[in-house]
Write a protein that binds this ligand. Structure first.
Ligand SMILES: *[C@@H]1O[C@H](CO)[C@@H](O)[C@H](O)[C@H]1NC(C)=O
Ligand SMILES: *[C@@H]1O[C@H](CO)[C@@H](O)[C@H](O)[C@H]1NC(C)=O
Ligand SMILES: [Cu+2]
Length: 183
């Protein structure tokens, strides 16, 4: 029995690691401004748009706009506050720009066309550091309590399937952790 139990333990650890890596590699896609896109028309409140999202590492931020009229510049906090487009960290100009978030913290974007940032065409993608799946350990703790999902309309990403796969990863991690405890 000891041999079989050991095998299960190895399997559990492997699955745990796999599901943990899933959480980083699979992301949701968020289109900035939703149907309005990246624009100065209609006074889109990008601060409000971002506030309804739960951004995570691995998510993809999609900027859709007419490249004749707009662009996307990633800037520092100081430049973001001042709407200063003179020395961006990165500039995107295709009109259909996808940016994958790879780190926690603030990711600040503005439109570099004069006057546009001042009129509100700027967005702060803030990825809050959250507790991920527990690391493999000999003394497993009880599984974390699932928080209720946010309102589907306001906060749902463009493609829900990715989120589903990732949540599946979390579920496997939790299940394996419990399994470890019983072997
Ligand atoms: C904009 O940023 C650049 C580089 O950081 C700086 O040299 C310049 O003074 C800034 N301009 C304004 C108007 O703040
Ligand atoms: C924009 O990019 C996305 C993802 O790369 C792609 O699926 C979509 O077809 C593109 N749309 C246009 C209009 O190019
Ligand atoms: Cu613009």
């Amino acid at each position: 029995m000891a041999f079989a139990a050991g095998n299960y333990r190895v399997l559990a650890v492997v699955l745990l690691v796999l599901s943990a890596s899933f959480q980083v590699s699979v992301g949701a896609v968020y289109k900035v401004g939703d149907s309005a896109g990246w624009t100065t028309i209609g006074n889109v409140d990008y601060k409000q748009w971002a506030a309804t999202k739960n951004f995570r590492v691995g998510d993809v931020i999609l900027f859709v706009y007419n490249p004749q009229f707009h662009n996307v510049m990633q800037v520092t906090h100081t430049e973001y506050q001042a709407c200063n487009a003179s020395s961006p960290i990165a500039t995107h100009t295709t009109g259909n720009d996808t940016i994958t978030i790879t780190t926690h913290g603030h990711h600040l974007f503005l439109c570099g066309v004069p006057g546009h940032c001042q009129s509100g065409q700027k967005v702060d993608i803030n990825v809050i550091r959250t507790a991920l799946a527990p690391t493999p350990s000999a003394t497993p703790s009880p599984p974390p309590v699932q928080t209720p999902a946010p309102a589907p309309n306001a906060a749902s990403p463009l493609y829900n399937s990715n989120r589903l796969v990732r949540d599946l990863g979390t579920a496997i991690a939790v299940a394996m952790n419990i399994l470890c405890g019983f072997i």
